[in-house]
Each structure stands twice: as C-alpha cells, then as structure tokens.
Design a protein around this ligand. Structure first.
Ligand code: NAD
Length: 289
C-alpha cells in the first residue's frame, strides 16, 4: 500500500495563469497608452472541427482580454495544402501580425510539418518551425512550445527543484513531450523520455521526482506508479462520453504526490497564457520595443 501521509497540493493553473495574464495586460497597456501598435496574433483554422473552432475562439478571447489584437483566417475543409500555404504567406508578409498559429489537426492531405515550415520563425508562437525546434535543441534563445513553457512555470511557481531531479516524460510529441524533455534537461534534470514502446513504464515512473504525462490515455498513471513526493503534471485530455479525463488518476495521486495538476484548470490555462507571452515576445523582437 502506498504511504498516503502527504499533503498533496492541487495546482491552480487558472489562478497562476490569471496572475501572468494581468502582468501581460499591463505591458500591452503601456504600448497602447504610448500610442503604439499592440501585439497581434493570427490564428488559422482549416476545416470545421467544432473542438478546433472552440480552441481558436478561446485563444482570440484571451488576446482581447489582455488588450492584444487577434485576427483569424478560416478555410473550408476542402482547402488544399497550397491554400493554407498562401494564407500563411500572407500573414508572414503582414507587418501588423506578430504571431501565427495554425490550429491542428489539419484536414487530411495537408502536412502539418510543411505548414509549420512555411511560418516565419520570427512569428512562430507555436514553436513548430524546424528553426525554432532546432534552437531549443541547441539551447539558443528562442520562442518555445507553449504547453512545455507552462509546465516549467508551474514547477517553478510551486518551487519544485528541477536541478538534479529525475524527470520522466511520457509521450514524445513535437508539441509537448520532446520540448518539455529538452527544457527539463536544460534545467539540469536527468530526463527519461517514455512512449508507447517503453517497457516497464510503471517501474520507470516510480523513479520520477517529476512526472509529466502527455499521452492521451485516460488515467494511464495509477497511484502505485507515483513516487512519494513526486510532482505530477497531467497534460492529457481525453473525451470519454462527453467527460474530459486526464492521463493521471488524480484521486489516486492524492496523499502521495507533492503537487498534481488537475485535468481542468491545470496545464490548459497555462498553455494559452504562454501563447500570449510568446506573442508579446515576438512583438518585442520584431519591433525592437
Ligand atoms: P500525441 O497525441 O501526438 O502522442 C501521444 C504520445 O503518447 C506518443 O508519443 C506515444 O508514443 C505516447 N503513448 C501513446 N500510448 C502510450 C502508452 N500506452 N504508454 C506510453 N506512451 C504512450 O501527443 P500530444 O499531442 O502531446 O498530446 C498528448 C495529450 O496531451 C493529448 O491528450 C492531448 O489532448 C493533450 N494535450 C493537452 C494540452 C493542454 O494544454 N492541456 C496541450 C497539448 C496536448
């Protein structure tokens, strides 16, 4: 039986996100008050996936709440790769646009990699361009993927020691698993990356001081996978009959983990907040402000 004597903190990702957004709003407000153009995020949606439509609306709403501009470009589900590339090119050339985000998934037949590679790296707020990804690998300052940035913010806010920690990351996507592994390694954690072919996943996780689950398998991480005192970050979101479920058995983690992110109001609000921060960073770099 697991020792459940610990006081586990349930991360309040929403409160943390709101605090950061307030600071961002103040910074954007200073540009507006000085009569300057405010930062602008462009979101591109191809197709009519309702979840994607709701995500881009959330992103635009988040921009306007902190005084940033947001524009959108919508294309039908029948759009070709060339159609999307043309829109990206138009946004690349638009001097009033600081960040470009192309919502995934794209309609069948359109390569997400080709589209990402067409985005001007200076506007690559989703950090999927090969140059942006390469800079993260090399440790050169760069825009970086939003969810991983949010995870590092959470760990820092809750004063989780990253240096020399054993960090286990489950999932190796370009958007979460790989970049968060690199960021943790850069902060001197000893990182193990796991995936669908990893053997003895439970035993590997049991060694983790920091455990990041970015898989999309509901409640994959059970109580007996978690080391006493571990910081547990649940990135996964699965829709089970209309209910959203994370990758971690959060109830099971209570009393064992030091901190755990809930699947709602955990990592999600921080991801959007880091998108806003990336847009402000891109604006500053582009305008020299
Ligand atoms: P993905 O969906 O591209 O890939 C999943 C990864 O999990 C792969 O690397 C695969 O090897 C690994 N995997 C699959 N089954 C496994 C198993 N049984 N054991 C171990 N590893 C396994 O990854 P993604 O795009 O990073 O998304 C992962 C999850 O995170 C999804 O549920 C997604 O919705 C969610 N997500 C949430 C946010 C957020 O802001 N909250 C952001 C991005 C992704």
């Amino acid at each position: 039986m697991a020792d459940r004597t610990r006081q586990t903190i349930v991360v309040d990702g929403l409160a943390l996100a709101q605090g950061i957004r307030k600071q961002l709003a103040e910074e954007v407000g200073r540009y507006a008050a000085a009569g300057k153009r405010v930062p602008c995020l462009a979101v591109v949606l191809a197709g009519d996936d309702p979840a994607s439509a709701s995500y881009i609306m959330g992103k635009q709403r988040a921009c306007s709440r902190i005084g940033m501009d947001a524009i959108e470009r919508r294309l039908p589900a029948s759009a070709s790769e060339q159609d999307v590339l043309l829109v990206v090119e138009e946004l690349n050339l638009n001097d009033a646009v600081d960040g470009i985000l192309v919502q995934l998934p794209l309609p069948e037949g359109i390569s997400a990699n080709e589209i990402a590679a067409a985005i001007d790296p200076a506007k690559d707020v989703d950090a999927l361009h090969p140059t942006t990804a390469g800079k993260l690998l090399l440790g050169t300052p760069t825009l970086a993927a939003c969810t991983p940035l949010g995870i590092i913010e959470i760990l820092d806010h809750y004063e989780i020691e990253i240096e020399a920690a054993n960090a286990v990351v489950i999932g190796r996507s370009n958007i979460v698993g790989k970049p968060v592994s690199l960021m943790l390694q850069r902060r001197n954690a000893t990182v193990t990356m796991c995936h669908s072919k990893t053997r003895n996943l439970r035993e590997v996780c049991q060694q983790a001081d920091i455990l990041v689950a970015a898989v999309g398998v509901p409640r994959l991480v059970k109580a007996d996978w978690i080391k006493a005192g571990a910081a547990v970050i649940d990135v996964g979101v699965s829709n089970i009959d209309g209910t959203l479920v994370g990758d971690v058995d959060t109830d099971g983690a209570m009393g064992i983990a030091s901190i755990v992110t809930p699947h709602r109001r955990g990592v999600g609000p921080m991801t959007i907040t880091m998108l806003l921060r990336n847009t402000l960073t891109a604006y500053r770099a582009r305008t020299g402000e």
